[in-house]
Design a protein around this ligand. Sequence first.
Ligand SMILES: C[S@@+](CC[C@H](N)C(=O)[O-])C[C@H]1O[C@@H](n2cnc3c(N)ncnc32)[C@H](O)[C@@H]1O
Length: 401
Amino acid sequence: MTETNEILRIAAKGDGVTVDGRHVPFAAPGDVLQADGTIAPGPHRAQPPCRHFGACGGCQLQHCDTQAIARYLGERIAFAAQGQGVAIGTLLPPHLSPPRSRRRCTLHAASAGGKLQLGFREAGSHRIVHMRECHILRPELFALIAPLRALFAARKERISAKVDLTLADQGADCAIAGLKVEGLAATEAMLAFAQDNGLARLTIDHGYGPETVWEPEPVTVSPAGVPVAFPSGGFLQATVDGESALTRIAGEWLAGARFVADLFAGLGTFAFALSGNAKVLAVEAARDAHLACKAAAARTGGAVHAMHRDLFRNPLQPDELNRFDAVLLDPPRAGAREQIGRLAESTVPRIVYVSCNPASWARDAARLVEAGYRLEAARPVGQFVWSTHVELASLFVRQPG
Ligand SMILES: C[S@@+](CC[C@H](N)C(=O)[O-])C[C@H]1O[C@@H](n2cnc3c(N)ncnc32)[C@H](O)[C@@H]1O
């Protein structure tokens, strides 16, 4: 018999939810909320590996085992679809990226009470966690925390800076915003930091836009093994493992398609992965990403064609879409309302929709289903391990008639 105060599921923001609907922070499914307010651990409770868990905003679910996290990811997608009246043919088991696999992050640095703090922000606060360990970041990125802290601590002014770290082919790409670097000594300190830590690139935004001060070799990333110039601040799937899982699923679902459109293509992550078996049109609005994809495509023999186009204002029209055997789209969090509207009017047989937001995905899915597509399958992909961030790949197939 289920007790009314047993935790049944995890809510969108990570709280446990009891049978009678109460939200309990840091409770796992199967735990029981006791009369005195304490939680009796259940079978899905895990020992959080990180000492910062609870305070750090980077992770919300370290107290849950893998099974509970997998169920949570599936439920988020199922509830979102259900809320829009969309039936999912098969909800496939989630793919979860392993710990220490995140290759990009945004950290914050600030001086507070005479000390320099550098790390993720605390949940729901501007306070910064003084990170001594991290179980999500790639070790190459975590290794930069101490040197960055020393770099900031050596400066005389009050620090309030943002640090974006991305692991590229050549090493860590580091972009610092909110730091004034003036004069020879300050510039030399920055260059020494870049050199000593083997950075692939150092970009500083003094408040007038980013300026690259160190890039010994052109920085690239290599989706499907194709080197593509990586623009500072460009989009990259959060883990290599998650990117492989997504491109593998897309490849399976799009098997046999000879002409594919990759919409919201970024640097061409999916386009290059699919181009072994198909000609791919890669459409992207960010100019830097588009140009990088175009240049890489030119070097790879012509299976990828890059197009610069804003798909919110100027979506591909049904007559353009109908030339393709399949369309893949991977829009930003807002989804792709305008492009989905045109896809709904098209005859494209297969659509693979990759999303980082179940809510906008479900809204768009409902439009496709209303227009005669069936949602054959969806697969959660947890690249942000232990966070409440949900990503997914899904397959829509146009039904006859
Ligand atoms: C989630 S990312 C996916 C990128 C790529 N598919 C990948 O896997 O690396 C979304 C992409 O959509 C692009 N984008 C955002 N708004 C757009 C628009 N209005 N038209 C076309 N592309 C847009 C972004 O620049 C970004 O590259």
